[in-house]
Write a new protein. Structure first.
Lengths: 802, 355
């Protein structure tokens, strides 16, 4: 909402200076976005001096002028004026300027082979006079030291731009703003002058508001103004319209706009002679159409509130008028409309047709239903004053009467809500200045809500009115209450923080990427999940919710590889979506590692990252987050985007259905499809929601502290075993031989090839044996060894390697 | 007697010039071996008179001690020399690079969320969460923003269906609704998380982060709101004084509503929070609207309280001097390395929020 301080002062008697007004506006909830002079097309024209004027080599009547425009270098301008001569002070328009006379935009151009940067202007080009014979000659004594300055003085007043919250339609008019300021002590609201307008005759175009279920209009006020002379608006009116950032059109249109911004009362003027017999306010039928004043043709749906005549639709009530009945300079008789349209109806129609106008913006928020006559009178007066004509009696048709809103307000609610007290006297004064009618019934205030405040419906609204006018600075700053109702984080929130930081501590950079992604990449990772398209995506390559974190991670991995980075570790922790309903999401970690380990190392052999790098990262992170390593079980079934032979799943318990994590190489087809160029690429993912919450805290679930000081023995075994036999199984078989004595089993060698039969491999394990009761003698140890060998051989089909 | 002294002096001299451990050992057996010179002298003791024996034995023992002592010192001396020589040869260039350090980082948004959680934890708030996909009711209607409300235009919403029933939450406020619907007052929570709006330019990203705050009890008023936010801002920016301004504003789900500005100035091209006479809007807040409380089955005549919503990314930008919001989400390795935080740098009250 834009307006000038002058305009405000039409409604407000104030001693406040501009800055005080600005501060006050912000303090009462009318946020000032800016306070500055509106920029003008004339700003570019500057005072300049011709330093040297020489004849154009290719044209006798043209001159090439070196022009001093107040900057370091002179500018070369080609000029045809006979009076262009050395030392002349004149007005220069740089390229990009719009010449007032013909509204042409200047560009750098070649005139007969010589480039001209801008133009020197004549009086007629600047609309100063009709003098067009030569360029403007400025007086030396006045302009000699103003070279480079703007020629046109800033005459435009500074404009206040307010950002009005959607609950305050009343402040979409200058008068409403003045009222708020007066309530806040910034002056006195001026009383509207009683009109002494003389009406003659009746408004004889019949108006009917059809009683329909979807009727969006409740009141339609109008008057006829006959014998007007439409013309350009006078300067004061033009200035007002310009200060709003709008273009003056004609006196009649400008007046209706002026009243809208002045009183927040939208009006519409019809050329009465173009109305076919009568006005019918009704709901549209699907397929009806009309051409609107924005020069677009709209095809209507059912139940849109239209103003029509016998020939059809004239306009959309409260939104936009039509060209068929629009006013022109030649218009002689006008019908002026001042109506009330229901916000809901306006909003629905404008959404469907995608129209945004100043009138729509206001009606949608709620216009004062009792401002119908006021608007008609104010506009008619101005029209009569500027365009002449005779005004008919006002005709107001209604299908509904305005009902007052009454609120019983207990002033205690104010203190209870804000924490501070305002005397009843002051409180009543504030409300009365805002237009409330206040009467007292013991402690309770009976308030009649002003008709221009549709936002006020209940006592809390009254609290807000009082506190914002009184000032938020009066609210105390209480010490924070430290009472705690429950622990800050629950199990999964803690897990989130632990895993986030433990993965990062393995050398991964955490990233945050969009929750949406490109469906083309997403489908490579979505497995059996449903695709979740966004109806209105920000762009076609961010058109679905991500089913996995990897589409984005790999997309950005590629970007970083393209930047020339080779060894990259990235991870993200966040949502992966499994369905389109709220809650169909899992919190997951996705991590990628690309490139080599020990690249260009002077002492270590460099190698490509592999599955066991990420396996370490994922297992270690899980352990750090509190999962017991001994419970972890590895499986080789993984989603299809993993390399089928080089990936694994991590399970928390033997019989779990869902893996808590996966790790491994990514499927080579995907690397190819995404065109990722790197030596190696391994990934892992952890599903936080798949991790089971342990019933006990770690501190409570620790086993008793036991240790043995008896001598321990280590024995190595090598088994020849089927190639596909999992080392994990072998370890389990050995452990199960004697859970008490066998303290650890470590696989230290895997070998295939020479001396090993086809389809077999050699697995070498180191077994630590220790008793908690005694030192084992050779005999005991031999027995265990034999047991280990026989168990492994019988349970796995392996043979001890001799 | 003089014989022994002479032997001693001879061997001391010999040992002084000796540099070989083996040779020293030879001397040792020459002196103390089975038929060693000193051993033999001891054997002679049995042949002399008791008086002489006493004297000689004492002298002999002294000589023995002295020589043995000399020998062991000598051996140690030679060994030390040899070890030093060996170590000198083993010297390596310690300025050669160590094995690769893999430095991981925590994203600034995560760090700031942890900082915020730590601060509010100190004053008794617990952390709640809600889904990123919301229904229209929780995101708007329950929050007193019915379908025909123009305030909806301020939220450019991503929809998941044509009926506009399912959407990506435009703010974290639906967590208020969920929290209150599933529990009983009092409530004292914060809810950080992702939020989405379908606009994208230099200062807007289609996804960003907010933290919601909600404190509902029997007598929570605007003074508590002011106190809570004043505490938070001071703690977060780690300054003693903060210039803060509450401005009336409007949100459908709070009344009275306020926007909060903090004072700042530009010093040497950098934003300094807490001083100066410029204002920066950083959050919106207010007293939870009675309509919202009714919608979530909380009795507004008994309970009241405040709610606030803070832009996390924006706070992070201010605190850590990050200029470009879009860069948060572009996964540029250089940016993540530069602005990221060490994983061990866990924000906490006792050791200071930031390092």
């Amino acid at each position: 909402m834009k307006f000038t301080v002058d305009w405000l002062k039409n409604h407000l008697d104030t001693k406040f200076n501009n800055n005080q007004i600005i501060d006050k506006l912000t303090n009462i909830g009318l946020e000032v976005e800016s306070f500055e002079s509106s920029t003008s097309e004339l700003d570019t024209f500057i005072v300049a001096k011709i330093i040297n004027a020489k004849t154009h080599p290719n044209a006798d009547r043209l001159k090439i002028c070196d022009v001093d425009i107040g900057s370091e270098k002179t500018i070369e301008v080609v000029c045809g004026a006979p009076n262009a001569k050395n030392g002349l002070l004149t007005v220069y328009a740089p390229p990009g300027s719009i010449i007032p006379k013909n509204q042409m935009k200047l560009s750098v151009s070649k005139i007969r082979g010589v480039t001209s940067y801008g133009m020197l202007c004549s009086e007629s080009e600047l609309l100063l006079s009709n003098e067009s014979d030569g360029i403007l000659e400025l007086k030396n004594n006045k302009y000699a030291n103003k070279i480079g300055e703007k020629y046109f003085k800033k005459t435009s007043e500074k404009v206040i731009d307010l950002s009005i919250t959607p609950n305050r339609p009343d402040c979409l008019g200058v008068r409403g703003i003045a009222r708020d300021l007066s309530a806040a002590g910034a002056g006195k609201l001026k009383i509207n002058k009683k009109s002494n307008l003389k009406y003659r005759g009746n408004q004889n175009i019949n108006v009917t508001i059809k009683k329909e279920k979807a009727q969006g209009c409740t009141t339609f006020g109008s008057c006829l103004i006959k014998g007007v002379t439409n013309k350009e608006s006078p300067k004061w009116l033009k200035d007002k319209i310009l200060s709003l950032g709008q273009k003056p059109i004609s006196a009649i249109v400008d007046i209706t706009n002026y009243v809208m911004f002045d009183l927040n009362r939208p009006l519409h003027a019809y050329d009465a002679d173009k109305i076919d017999n009568e006005i019918i306010v009704r709901s549209s039928s699907k397929g009806e159409s009309f051409e609107a004043l924005d020069n677009k043709k709209y095809i209507l749906e059912n139940d849109m509130c239209v103003i029509s005549d016998r020939s059809g639709v004239l306009g959309l009530g409260g939104i936009i008028g039509g060209t068929r009945s629009g006013t022109e300079y030649s218009t002689k008789n006008i019908l002026l409309e001042s109506a009330y349209f229901l916000p809901r109806s306006i909003r629905k129609t404008s959404k469907q047709l995608n129209i945004d106008t100043d009138a729509k913006f206001r009606f949608e928020r709620g216009i004062d239903p009792l401002s119908i006559e006021e608007g008609l009178i104010k506009a008619s007066e101005l029209i009569k004053q500027i365009c002449g004509g005779e005004i008919s009696n006002l005709d107001v048709k209604k299908i509904e009467n305005y009902k007052k809103t009454i609120i019983n307000f207990d002033p205690f609610l104010f203190e209870k809500t804000t924490g501070f007290n305002v005397e009843n006297k002051e409180l009543i004064k504030i409300l009365e200045k805002l237009g409330f009618n206040v009467s007292k019934n013991k402690k309770i205030l009976k308030l009649v809500i002003p008709s221009w405040r549709p936002d006020i419906t209940q006592p809390i609204d009254i609290v807000e009115e009082i506190v914002r006018i009184k000032g938020y600075e009066h609210i105390n700053t209480s010490e924070p209450i430290k009472t705690r109702l429950k622990p800050t984080l629950n199990y999964y929130q803690k897990l989130f923080h632990f895993l986030q930081r433990s993965v990062a501590s393995k050398g991964y950079l955490e990233t945050v990427t969009w929750s949406f992604t490109d469906s083309k990449i997403n489908q490579l990772f979505k497995e059996n999940d449903e695709e979740i398209p966004i109806v209105n995506p920000i762009s076609s390559d961010l058109n679905v919710l991500r089913n996995s974190i990897f589409p984005n991670l790999l997309f950005y991995l590629k970007k970083n590889l393209d930047r020339g980075f080779k060894d990259i570790s990235l991870f993200e922790i966040g949502p992966a979506f499994k369905g389109k309903n709220p809650g169909d999401q899992l919190t997951v970690i996705g991590a990628v590692r690309a490139g080599k380990v020990s690249r260009l190392s002077w002492n270590d052999k460099e190698r490509i990252v592999d599955t066991f790098d990420v396996k370490k990262d994922v297992i270690q992170s899980l352990c750090e987050a509190g999962i017991n390593k001994d419970d972890i079980i590895i499986d080789d079934k993984t989603p299809s985007y993993y390399h089928p032979g080089k990936s694994g799943g991590v399970y928390q318990n033997k019989n779990d259905k869902n893996a808590v994590a996966y790790f491994g190489e990514i499927h080579p087809n995907i690397i190819k499809k995404l065109d990722i160029k790197t030596e190696g690429l391994v990934i892992f993912e952890i599903c936080l929601d798949c991790i089971k919450e342990s019933k006990q805290k770690i501190k409570d679930s620790k086993s008793e502290y036991k240790f043995s000081d008896f001598q321990k023995s280590e024995r190595d075994f090598a088994f020849i075993i089927n190639k596909n036999f999992k080392s994990q199984e072998l370890v389990n078989i050995i452990k199960s031989v004697d859970n008490k004595l066998i303290k650890s089993v470590k696989v230290f060698d895997v070998f295939e090839g020479e001396n090993i039969p086809e389809g077999k491999k050699s697995l070498a394990v180191n077994v630590t044996i220790q008793s908690e009761e005694k030192t084992l003698n050779e005999n005991n140890l031999d027995n265990i060894n034999k047991l280990i060998i026989s168990s492994v051989e019988s349970k796995s089909g392996a043979k001890i390697r001799s | 007697m003089s014989d022994i002294i002479k032997i001693k002096d001879d061997y001391i001299n010999k040992l002084n010039t000796e540099n070989n451990v083996d040779k020293v050992n030879n001397i040792k057996s020459e002196l103390f071996g089975k038929n060693g010179i000193i051993s033999n002298e001891f054997k002679k003791l049995g042949l002399i008179s008791v008086e002489e024996r006493k004297k000689l034995a004492s002298d002999l023992n002294n000589v023995k001690d002295e020589l043995q002592n000399k020998i062991s010192i000598k051996i140690q001396e030679i060994e030390t020399k040899e070890i030093n020589l060996k170590l000198e040869k083993e010297k390596i260039d310690v300025t050669l690079p160590e094995r690769d350090i893999e430095i991981g980082k925590i994203h600034p948004v995560s760090q700031v969320i942890d900082e915020i959680s730590s601060i509010f934890s100190e004053i008794g708030f617990s952390v709640e969460e809600g889904p990123d996909v919301e229904n229209e009711y929780n995101n708007f209607t329950a929050l007193n923003t019915p379908d025909n409300h123009p305030a909806r235009d301020m939220h450019d919403t991503f929809y998941l269906d044509n009926n506009k029933e399912l959407l990506l939450r435009t703010h974290t406020s639906p967590v208020q609704v969920r929290t209150m619907l599933k529990g009983k007052p009092p409530f004292k929570i914060i809810a950080p998380g992702r939020t989405y709006r379908s606009d994208s330019d230099q200062t807007h990203a289609p996804m960003f982060h907010q933290v919601e705050g909600l404190h509902i009890d029997e007598n929570i008023n605007m003074g508590h709101l002011k106190g809570c936010l004043n505490y938070f801002i001071k703690e977060f920016f780690e300054v003693d004084k903060i210039k803060m301004r509450f401005r009336p504003s409007h949100f459908p789900f709070t009344e009275p509503s306020a926007e909060v500005d903090i004072g700042y100035e530009i010093k040497n091209g950098k934003i300094v929070i807490g001083e100066g006479n410029k204002w920066l809007e950083i959050l919106g807040c207010g007293m939870v609207h009675p309509n919202v409380l009714k919608n979530v089955k909380v009795n507004p005549s008994k309970y009241q309280g405040y709610a606030f919503g803070i832009g996390i990314d924006r706070l992070g930008m201010l605190k850590y001097g990050i200029n470009d919001l879009r860069a948060f989400f572009e996964t540029d390795y250089r940016w993540l390395s530069h602005f990221g935080f060490d994983p061990l740098d866990v924000p906490s009250n006792y050791r200071g929020l930031s390092r």
